[in-house]
Design a binder for this molecule. Structure first.
Ligand code: ADP
Ligand code: MG
Length: 253
């Protein structure tokens, strides 16, 4: 079966800073992959490459079997136009550390915005689905609230519902609970856990080792732009093989 994400030796630099140094990665349908590693190791950059928010400098990146950002003719690669890249991005949902909700829209409007504007769904249908999604993240009673009237954890759950409204085949999470007060983290992780159970394909950057251990199928430990250790969650977190993984886990566990 075609992997949902296939990264082959991808490299990314910012000026003279080599941030990704030949990353190989595969994510299969219904798989949950957690990316762990110290700050600055390239985790966010890798997610942003998968979502075409950054262009890779070398290697090949496929999402659902389709080359990201380029069209291949013979041996030559041609860059896609911005609208073609946007089209590729439509099937990928992304949730950031900061919730990035539209502040002037209610929770419901935040969730219906893309389906109505981008997918041209009829408003009634988009609203009905948005209500179902808000219910799924435990916020049906907050549909009419504005972001400022919601806690960080509630805002993050609205952000998850908003991403799901586009029916993505892949969800990317970049430290979705790092900006939350500790008592709000659990509700967001519970929603993600349920999403994983429902079969969503997910790549999650997280410092929540317990979550990674329980929910991830695969864990990748990144350090210095390299995937140092990749394997089943229980192995990488419970019985790491590399010194660098051991040192990192000793600091965070
Ligand atoms: P992580 O998410 O693992 O903390 P990042 O992918 O955010 O790591 O960053 C990896 C490195 O790339 C850091 O040194 C960071 O400063 C640098 N970096 C990230 N984005 C940019 C950018 N747009 N321009 C320049 N440097 C960047
Ligand atoms: Mg980051």
């Amino acid at each position: 079966m075609t992997p949902v994400v296939s990264a082959q030796k991808i490299c990314k630099s910012f000026g003279r800073l080599d941030v990704l140094k030949g990353i190989d990665l595969e994510v299969h349908e219904r798989e949950v992959l957690c990316l762990i590693g110290p700050s600055g190791s390239g985790k966010s950059t890798l997610l942003r490459c998968i979502n075409h928010l950054e262009k890779i400098d070398a290697g090949r990146l496929y999402v659902d079997g389709v080359l990201v950002g380029y069209r291949q003719r013979g041996d030559k690669l041609h860059e896609l136009r911005e609208n073609e890249v946007a089209e590729q991005r439509k099937d990928i949902g992304m949730v950031f550390q900061r919730f990035n909700l539209f502040p002037h829209m209610t929770a419901l409007e935040n969730v219906t915005e893309a389906p109505i504007q981008v997918r041209k769904e009829p408003k009634a249908k988009a609203r009905q689905r948005a209500m179902e999604l808000l219910d799924r993240v435990g916020l049906a009673d907050k549909a009419k609230n504005y972001p400022a009237q919601l806690s960080g954890g509630q805002q993050q759950r609205v952000a998850i519902a908003r991403a799901l409204a586009m029916e993505p085949k892949l969800m990317l999470f970049d430290e979705p609970t790092s900006a939350l007060d500790p008592e709000l983290v659990g509700d967001v992780l519970a929603v993600m856990r349920q999403l994983a159970k429902d079969g969503m394909t997910m790549v999650v950057v997280t410092h929540e080792m317990q979550f990674a251990k329980e929910v991830a199928d695969t864990v990748v430990f990144m350090d210095g732009g390299v995937a140092v250790e990749t394997g089943p969650a229980a192995q990488v977190i419970g019985n790491p093989q590399h010194e660098r993984t051991k040192a990192f886990l000793a600091r965070v566990l």
